[in-house]
Design a protein around this ligand. Structure first.
Ligand code: C2O
Ligand code: CU
Length: 506
């Protein structure tokens, strides 16, 4: 280390001083001096070398990003995917393994893959322009890194609005010391869907008023794609908008919501025997939609959030923001039940049929569980083994979220990427970060390369949904050097520039 422990602390007190004066927006930002530690830095290479062990298992996989036709259970759409089904192939390894994923780009445009939630080596993080060159049309790239922690993760394109097509899949990292306690496992991926229904995500962006590459002039801010934020209390599409927990819907009205790639018209069926205990790995791969998820006739026990264990808690339903994951346990009753994911604040839902007996299913009725106890990720707490050890912070960073629908502009600390000021840290610091939502839209904020803790005993997470005007503080140890994206996981907000970097300096 070039920087002494003492200079960390000096930096921290300067930061504290700036905060005491309320000096944030527009002022010089507190931070760490030094040159950026890039993805190719020796310290990054050395850290990955330390993670590799003799006799480490290698899990190799290959995906091709390419145009595909997918049957959503009724509508057949032309889109881009990693296979003929949604989601793409499940990738599965054990903690400590070396994951090798070769990506062949058959799209005709640049692409990339980010392995969301995995604290891997910075050069494999898949953010074009920050950690690697984009994978050009016709080219290949092999992501190769040690997976440090067990859990439920997902992979998706990190280029433009490709996430809002079919370019996503799930990564399950098994725990070699899995305590078990369940009989079956289901992976359940939620998505909001527009591509191939007469519009593409790029069309939606234009409708929102975003200019996209190739547009002669900035968009006009037309309202075609937008949610009508003014009438969310009423009835829309025949489905009542109950009190919404996020103080607003997303920005986009989608024609379909998908559970494992299927619309409610022809949902997937998940089958097991009554009395079985099932672990459901819930992943929200949507671009603009949070979901309220419950299983009719059942309570669920939340056991993990964003891959990491939580102190198990019983609930009727969970609210899952874009990029979040929850693992829940349910003990199955006898019958046929809807696993129902209502688009929060929007009309529409995704559903699966859970079947433990013969009989017909009603999957179009919203189960009462969704309007009882609904758990948010911010309410969870960590069990002792994953609790971030108490320590005072060396570096305090502030991130203010802001923005408006018209013009369509979403900012962090008043700027859009790449003009956002990097948040600078030094390796070894305990970093505390304030995420303050100054807008009237919720934002699921995602930090790459780290799993943070919600302060004051909250759960470990990598994506936290921050409600309008809410402030959330997080803490983490700066133990994974490199340049890491921090952004809103609303794909349209991110594309509009709601992103900055956590920038290690040395
Ligand atoms: Cu899943 Cu940078 O995102
Ligand atoms: Cu956002």
């Amino acid at each position: 280390m070039q920087i002494s422990r003492r200079s960390f602390l000096l930096g921290a007190s300067a930061a504290a001083g700036a905060l005491a004066l309320g000096g944030l927006a527009g002022c010089a930002r507190p931070g760490v001096a030094g040159d950026p530690v890039g993805p190719g830095a020796e310290v990054v290479r050395r850290l990955e070398a330390q993670r590799r062990t003799a006799g480490q298992a290698v899990v190799a996989a290959q995906v091709t990003a390419r145009p595909v036709q997918v049957d959503l259970g009724g509508p057949v759409v032309s889109t881009w995917g990693y296979g003929d089904t949604l989601p793409g192939p499940l990738l599965r390894a054990r903690a400590g393994d070396l994951l090798q994923v070769r990506v062949d780009n058959g799209l005709g445009v640049d692409t990339s893959i980010h392995f969301h939630g995995i604290a891997m080596s910075n050069d494999m993080d898949g953010v074009p322009g920050l950690t690697q060159e984009p994978i050009a049309a016709g080219e290949s790239f092999t992501y190769e890194f040690t997976v440090p922690h067990p859990g439920t993760y997902f992979y998706h394109s990190h280029s433009g609005l490709q996430l809002d097509r079919g370019l996503y899949g799930v990564v399950v990292i098994d725990d070699p010391a899995e305590p078990g306690g369940y009989d079956d496992e289901w992976v359940v991926v939620l998505d909001d869907w527009v591509d191939g229904t007469g519009r593409t995500p790029d069309d939606v962006a234009r409708e929102l008023g975003m200019s996209t590459p190739g547009d002669p002039a900035p968009g006009t801010g037309g309202m075609g794609a937008m949610m009508d934020h003014g009438s969310m209390g009423g009835m829309m599409g025949g489905e009542s908008m109950r009190s919404d927990l996020l103080g607003g819907a997303g920005d986009v009205n989608y024609p379909y919501y998908l559970l494992n790639g299927r619309t409610p018209a022809d949902p997937v069926t998940l089958t097991a025997a009554p009395g079985r205990r099932v672990r459901i790995r819930l992943v929200n791969a949507a671009s603009d939609t949070a979901f309220r998820v419950g299983l009719g006739g059942h309570a669920m026990t939340v056991t993990h959030s964003d891959g990491f264990p939580v102190t198990p808690v019983d609930t009727d339903a969970v609210l899952i923001g874009m990029g979040e994951r929850f693992d829940v346990l349910v003990t199955l009753a006898d019958g046929v039940f809807p696993l129902y994911a209502a688009a929060e604040g929007k009309p529409g839902h995704a559903v699966a049929v859970v079947r433990t007996a013969a009989g017909t299913a009603t999957t179009d009725t919203r189960p009462v569980e969704l309007d009882r106890q609904v758990l948010l990720g911010t309410a969870l707490s960590p069990p002792e083994p994953v609790r971030l050890p108490r320590r005072s912070h060396d570096n305090y960073l502030s991130v203010d979220m802001g923005g408006t629908m018209a013009p369509y502009r979403w900012v962090l600390n008043g700027a859009t990427f790449p003009d956002t000021a990097p948040l600078t840290v030094a390796q070894g610091q305990r970093v505390r970060m304030r995420l303050r939502n100054m807008s009237d839209m919720f934002h699921p904020m995602h930090l790459h390369g780290h799993t943070f803790a919600l302060v004051d005993g909250g759960a470990r997470k990598d994506t936290v949904t921050v409600r309008p005007m809410q402030t959330v503080e997080i803490e983490f140890d700066a133990d994974n050097p490199g340049q890491w994206a921090l952004h809103c996981h609303n794909a349209y907000h991110q594309e509009a520039g709601m992103m900055t970097t956590l920038s290690y300096r040395a």
